[in-house]
Design a protein around this ligand. Structure first.
Ligand code: PLP
Length: 444
């Protein structure tokens, strides 16, 4: 049984986390762990941020919670304003939720309702990519690309089609330029639309930078512009899932700012609350919002804790800290530094096949042989062993394994806090290098 999920009635061997400070977590024995993945790309400010703590105290001392059907709060309004002000395009309408999967569910439902409002009820399916993770609730699971996660629940899932990811490390043909490759895989969207009938499709959903299934996989230049073009041509909505890659992680507040496109709906979570509060949000464009607002006037959705006063106060303080402490340039600077140091450290290592990412969102793909790109056998559980070895050495990194298009892969995701120092970058690379090298020695 997975001891991460069920507390108490399992024999957990996990250390007990008791304290956090900056880039470090401490367990019950006082052992320090450099938090190089922010858990799962959550703790973007590091731990124990004084400004966020103060804002939370201030909010909870006056009002912890008021139901969103009866009240709004100052923090919810200010946060919504700030997000709308900084989001690309006209994502002017924010709907707060409690996490990433909830945000994705809301996005899928709003997209469906949009087409009901404008008289296109025949649109009932979604298209997404084989290499993607959108959450674990049933709607999010249906659009996610992870076959083993979906399989037990397949009979319960809503209709979703999965097309190729933009995964040049494994998929680009030798004669193609990166641009040509990006166009080829983006065109799979059009091909699939024509097969299933473009007027039956609600939306295409994708992560601008893929996180939990692939380790910080960026798309080739021009890929997302072509995707946007195809969505426009066939009247399909574009939902961008920035639950993991958003909120500054890639060096801009929204990851898709760097793709030069506008989305119809965007989801965010993780870094929004930075671990200080569980919160997510869905941002809708004017077109989508107006269709509902001027139509039925009511989005048929809702949760008890949406717009939670303490959660929105925490997230507002996080966003203020990112801005006031000017952290985004540090994301770019330390991201470049980390990338350089990783390339130096693993230059001679034949088992680190690819190092990729953007900003402080970096993934490593591990292979048996760099030349052939042959992955390690899944039974090695390489990713899990590296995670455990790193923990022994006082480093937290995020392990992943999965099968995409028949190829099994082991990946390590790094998402350190935006405040990481040069010395901590060195410590990270040193401990990660030792973890990977020692585990690989055991399995080869
Ligand atoms: N979408 C993406 C891109 C994610 O990475 C995740 C979580 O890893 C989710 C959605 C689901 O978020 P949550 O775990 O908060 O439900």
């Amino acid at each position: 049984m997975n001891s991460r999920v069920f507390h108490r009635h399992c024999h957990s061997t996990l250390p007990v986390a008791v304290r956090g400070e900056g880039a470090y977590l401490f367990d019950q024995n006082g052992k320090a762990y450099l938090d190089a993945s922010g858990g799962a790309a959550v703790s973007c400010l590091g731990h124990n941020h004084a400004g966020v703590r103060a804002a939370l105290h201030h909010q909870i001392d006056s009002l912890a919670y008021a139901h969103s059907a009866f009240f709004t709060t100052e923090s919810a309004e200010l946060l919504a304003d700030k997000l709308a002000e900084h989001a690309p395009g006209d994502l002017n309408h924010t709907y707060f939720l409690s996490g990433g999967s909830e945000a994705v569910e809301a996005a899928l439902k709003l997209a469906r309702q949009y087409f009901l409002e404008i008289g296109q009820p025949q649109r009932t399916r979604f298209i997404s990519r084989r290499q993607s993770y959108h959450g674990n609730t049933l709607g999010a699971l249906a659009v996610g690309g992870n076959i083993w996660r979906r399989a037990p629940f397949d009979p319960l899932l809503i209709p979703a089609e999965h097309i190729a990811p933009c995964y040049s490390y494994r998929d680009k043909r030798a004669h193609e330029t990166p641009f040509e490759y990006g166009q080829r895989v983006a065109n799979e969207l059009e091909e699939r639309l024509l097969v299933v009938g473009p007027d039956t499709v609600i939306a295409f959903i994708a992560e601008p930078v893929v996180g939990a299934t692939a380790g910080a996989l960026t798309a080739e230049e021009g890929y997302f512009s072509r995707i946007r073009e195809i969505c426009n041509q066939y009247g399909v909505l574009l939902i961008l899932d920035e639950v993991m890659c958003g909120m500054g992680r890639t060096g801009t507040l929204f990851a898709h700012e760097q793709e030069g496109i506008h989305a119809d709906i965007v989801t965010i979570a993780k870094g929004l609350g930075a671990g200080y509060q569980p919160i997510g949000a869905m941002l809708a464009s004017d077109r989508v919002y107006d269709a509902v607002s001027n139509g039925s006037g009511f989005f048929q959705h809702g949760h008890t804790y949406m717009g939670h006063a303490t959660a929105t106060a925490g997230a507002l303080a996080v966003l203020n800290a990112i801005q006031n402490e000017n952290l985004l340039p540090n994301v770019v600077h330390k991201g470049n530094l980390l990338m350089d140091r990783l390339h130096q450290r693993f230059a001679e290592n034949v088992h680190v096949g690819d190092i990729r990412g953007r900003g402080l969102f970096i993934g490593l793909e591990l292979v048996k042989d760099k030349e052939t790109k042959q992955p390690f056998d899944p039974v090695t559980q390489l990713h899990a062993r590296i995670k455990n070895r790193a923990m022994e050495l006082g480093l937290i990194c995020y392990p992943m394994s999965g099968t995409i298009d028949g190829t099994h892969g082991h990946h390590i995701l790094l998402a350190p806090p935006f405040i990481i120092s040069t010395e901590q970058v060195d410590e990270l690379v040193d401990k990660l290098g030792n973890s990977i090298e020692s585990v690989i020695k055991e399995v080869t």
